[in-house]
Design a protein around this ligand. Structure first.
Ligand SMILES: [Zn+2]
Length: 282
């Protein structure tokens, strides 16, 4: 069965000039629509869900537009956009779907920029972290975005219910994730390392995880590892098919939340390839 795509046109409403702009998601939406995916509409997450992860003071500041940093602007109504993106992740967790929403989230920590990094890397609220907390399930979070999810790591470090596994480019923003800490297992890879090496590393990473203790898998699905994108690991469309296959072999209820990926056409094709790989093996 084809994975449902969680999506609302409302997420296109801000940041046309920014690299994390609406065009990246809009083009991906067109591609996935043409390929016959079914789309479902999210509703905004409520305050209680957000407070499960973020400090009240930080949420107040996002609401009031007091969260500008050099790469993460305080757009008008950004709290509403971010809350709807969180709602997308929560709905995806309930229907084992793919949330094609923005803004992304994995750099957002409990009270803003995480782990000593100055900027929040285009993120406001940590979509996947809030969805995992809401589910209250023992969860493996697999972060395949090309940047380390420092926000997600900060939120779950030491949490016995969650294991966080990330494969990412280093050196790159945010400069964290070069070492494994407790339940946060990190693999740094050099720029353009290529699909073969990437998949070997992913096999090693997943091989070390005790899947028996998880009730679900949550994937921070970033596609900026694509050759030429912001955190390129030299991956091409077919590599995402192979990654999807490996996620399916974990044999757990799984949901997916869009993170990065900044070349719209490639993002759409990569998502389709990834989901076909996943669906072919479940
Ligand atoms: Zn990224």
């Amino acid at each position: 069965m084809k994975t449902k795509v969680v999506y609302s046109e409302k997420c296109l409403g801000y940041g046309t000039w920014h690299i994390e702009g609406p065009q990246r998601v809009k083009v991906a939406r067109d591609i996935l629509q043409a390929k016959g995916y079914e789309f479902v509409d999210p509703t905004p997450a409520d305050d209680w869900a957000l407070l499960g992860v973020h400090d009240a003071d930080y949420l107040f500041n996002v609401k009031k537009g007091l969260v500008e940093d050099s790469d993460t602007p305080a757009y008008d109504k950004i709290f509403d956009y971010a809350r709807l993106s969180v709602g997308g992740a929560i709905l995806a967790s309930k229907i084992n779907g793919f949330s094609l929403m923005r803004p992304p989230g994995h750099h957002a920590g409990k009270s803003g920029a995480a782990l000593g990094v100055y900027t929040r890397g285009f993120c406001y609220l940590n979509n996947i972290a809030i969805a995992v907390k809401e589910s209250a399930k023992h969860t493996l979070i697999l972060d395949i975005d090309g940047h380390h999810g420092n926000g997600t790591q900060e939120i779950f470090l030491g949490d016995p219910k969650v294991t966080y596994v990330s494969l990412h480019q280093s050196p790159n923003y945010p400069g964290t994730g070069d070492i494994t800490e407790g339940n946060c297992i990190n693999y740094s890879l050099t720029k353009d390392v290529g699909g073969k090496r990437y998949l070997e590393t992913l096999d090693k990473a997943l091989g070390k995880v005790d899947c028996g203790k998880f009730e679900s898998v949550a994937v921070s699905a970033g596609f900026d590892t694509h050759q030429g994108d912001l955190a390129s690991l030299g991956l091409i469309e077919q590599d995402y098919f192979e990654i999807g296959k490996r996620v399916a072999l974990l044999k757990k209820p799984t949901f997916f939340v869009l993170e990065g990926g900044y070349v719209g056409e490639k993002v759409g094709l990569d998502i389709d390839s990834f989901l076909r790989g996943y669906e072919n093996s479940i």
